[in-house]
Design a protein around this ligand. Structure first.
Ligand code: HEC
Length: 164
């Protein structure tokens, strides 16, 4: 009985020592993580970016586009320096030459396409990627609804561009 109590007391001391050690450690890793958090633009900054697009994309609904993007999100990140997943990171996609995300293994078709992404190219691409490049690796059925495409393009613009 006495021995058990002593063991318990030792455990308690050890546990409090451990938690004391853990504290500064978790604080410093939170600090490290915050250095990599991308800057979130304000709603006004996002609207200003979308307004630069030609009509009808300039009137796209960012919030609805975000919901539509759920379909793309399993394969694509948008933030600057974001990871390539099944698909390439899309930071800076408007005005970017197709097939140029760092360290992503594109299909030959996409690399040789000569496309520079603008709203019109993006619209046909997400409507039916295989109709644009037959051998593409992007296995996505396509968005048939024109408004879904307009809104997701507005959302993409607002999330993949630096603030003005
Ligand atoms: C199943 C995974 C998957 C889904 C879902 C998907 N993509 Fe892709 N995407 C890819 C892959 C893979 C590529 C590279 C294609 C190639 O190399 O032929 C790609 C390429 C692209 C490119 C060209 C990038 C570049 O650097 O040239 C754009 C733009 C794009 N996707 C946008 C979208 C959007 C917007 C959606 C949702 C509407 C979407 N994708 C859904 C996998 C996906």
């Amino acid at each position: 009985m006495l021995r058990n109590r002593r063991a318990l007391a030792l455990c308690l001391v050890a546990a409090s020592a451990l938690s004391a050690c853990n504290k500064p450690h978790s604080e410093s890793s939170a600090q490290e993580a915050s250095e990599h958090v991308p800057v979130e633009l304000t709603a006004a900054q996002k609207l200003a970016l979308v307004a630069e697009l030609p009509a009808p994309y300039s009137g796209g609904d960012i919030e609805h586009g975000k919901a539509v993007f759920m379909m793309c999100k399993t394969c694509h990140t948008l933030v600057e320096g974001g990871a390539n997943m099944t698909g390439p990171n899309l930071w800076g996609i408007f005005g970017r030459k197709a097939g140029t995300a760092k360290d992503f293994a594109y299909s030959d078709g996409l690399k040789a396409s000569g496309i520079t992404w603008d709203t019109a190219r993006m619209d046909s691409w997400i409507e039916n990627p295989r109709a644009v490049i037959a051998g593409t690796k992007m296995s996505f059925v396509g968005l048939k609804d024109a408004k879904d495409r307009i809104d997701v393009i507005a959302y993409l613009k607002s999330e993949t561009s630096p603030a003005k």
